[in-house]
Design a protein around this ligand. Structure first.
Ligand SMILES: NC(=O)c1ccc[n+]([C@@H]2O[C@H](COP(=O)([O-])OP(=O)(O)OC[C@H]3O[C@@H](n4cnc5c(N)ncnc54)[C@H](O)[C@@H]3O)[C@@H](O)[C@H]2O)c1
Ligand SMILES: [Fe+2]
Length: 380
């Protein structure tokens, strides 16, 4: 029925020595003075040095991206870009640094306030070259046309969606994530798992996104616990880097749904890390979704050899149980109560979540504000 489009970064470079491609990418894009956009965690761990050692051009570094950054940080970084007469953006970091960098590359050449660009297709062009190197596995931001930034005014996460945010080159190497703290490995790894699951059950899924999502799910379930248990395990890191990229391709095209929609207000209001808020909502939203996508959840359960009943509902419920335990093993606290949220706050959270129509419309079960309140209460 109809047609579907498939978007990605223009070029994807993967593997343990992928970083070596950076020199070639810089030459091909005729970059002379890139602005490196990164954050303190990546700098202090020394991981940034692996990139700096390769550069044979003059560069500047903006290293103050905050986790779950605010919309306003884009303008701060654009000012820095111009002050240093940069001619390209090179992002090195997790989703936070990548999202700021994507917006800077697309907006440094345009007039207007960052808030004018919140929403879908509000950006009209991008002339500034953009190379991204993720250091978490991950958000998949290296291949999506989305940047998600915190809006402190409205206490929400806001999405800027535009094909001009798609990078020219994404270099995805496992050596960049070895220094990730365990809690970041866990949270960003579960985020990738949620991307794959939500893409697979999205009403906009296609055969292409299905293949990517299922492979990503299998890889994450096998290798995320290993990367968490032994951060230096380069095979686990590589599988996770590839899996989060695949999950990014899947959700960047099929979309994510109610797990993300219900996670947004938690990130916006309580500053919860994106992966943690998603992990908290995952089993509860999926339990609610079973009615709308039992067959698809059952397929995932069978793929993971969790259950092989002839009843799709039964298999789907086994998957939900498994995901609870999976997140617990990664030491992600199960329950909103552990994050300073009061039960009385739930109606306000639901009132915010119902506004995330951009994502709720992809969900296999339609949710009312009362349904959302009920899900938050179960997750409390
Ligand atoms: N654009 C998209 O498609 C997309 C998708 C999902 C999430 N996001 C956004 O991405 C952000 C979350 O990104 P994230 O989960 O990658 O985490 P992050 O970028 O916020 O980083 C989390 C912490 O880990 C540290 N860190 C990252 N990599 C490190 C490394 N290799 N070594 C040492 N420390 C390291 C950072 O310094 C930071 O303190 C959120 O704002 C979320 O909304 C975007
Ligand atoms: Fe996400």
């Amino acid at each position: 029925m109809g047609f579907s489009t498939f978007k990605s970064a223009n070029k994807l470079i993967t593997g343990q020595t992928a970083l070596e491609y950076l020199v070639q990418a810089i030459a091909q894009l005729k970059i002379q003075k890139p602005l490196i956009v990164t954050d303190q965690g990546v700098v202090k761990s020394g991981t940034i040095q692996q990139v700096l050692n390769l550069l044979d051009v003059e560069y500047s570094i903006y290293d103050s991206v905050k986790p779950e950054p605010e919309l306003e940080q884009v303008q701060d970084c654009i000012n820095f870009y111009h002050a240093n007469q940069s001619d390209a953006v090179l992002a090195v970091g997790g989703g936070s640094a990548l999202d700021i960098a994507k917006c800077v590359a697309a907006l440094a050449g345009q007039n207007g306030d960052i808030r004018d660009f919140v929403g879908t297709d509000k950006i009209s062009s991008r002339d500034i070259p953009l190379i991204v190197i993720p250091t978490t596995s991950g958000t998949g931001s290296e291949v999506t046309n989305i940047a998600i930034l915190s809006d402190t005014k409205n206490q929400m996460k806001q999405g800027i969606v535009s094909d001009f945010l798609l990078p020219d080159v994404a270099i995805v190497s496992p050596v960049m994530s070895v220094s990730c703290p365990a809690s970041v490995t866990a949270a960003s790894g579960v985020d990738a798992l949620v991307h794959a699951i939500e893409a697979y059950i999205s009403v906009n899924h296609s055969d292409i996104t299905d293949a990517l999502a299922l492979q990503a799910i299998e890889l994450i379930v096998e290798y995320l616990p290993q990367a968490y248990a032994l951060p230096s395990n380069l095979i686990a890191r590589e599988k996770m880097a590839t899996a989060s990229l695949m999950a990014g391709l899947a959700f960047g095209n099929a979309g994510v749904g109610a797990v993300h929609a219900l996670a947004y207000p938690l990130g916006g209001k309580y500053k919860m890390a994106h992966g943690v808020s998603n992990a908290l909502m995952l089993p509860y939203v999926l339990k609610w979704n079973v009615l709308g996508c039992a067959e698809r959840l059952s397929k995932i359960a069978k793929l993971l050899k969790l259950s092989n009943s002839n009843l799709a509902m039964e298999n789907a419920e086994k998957l939900v149980e498994f995901l609870h335990k999976f997140c617990q093993q990664l030491n992600i606290p199960a329950g909103l109560r552990y994050f300073g949220i009061q039960e009385d706050d739930i109606p306000a959270l639901a009132a915010e979540a119902i506004k995330v129509e951009r994502l709720l419309k992809n969900n296999p079960r339609q949710l009312t504000v009362n349904d959302i309140e009920a899900i938050y209460r179960e997750a409390y």
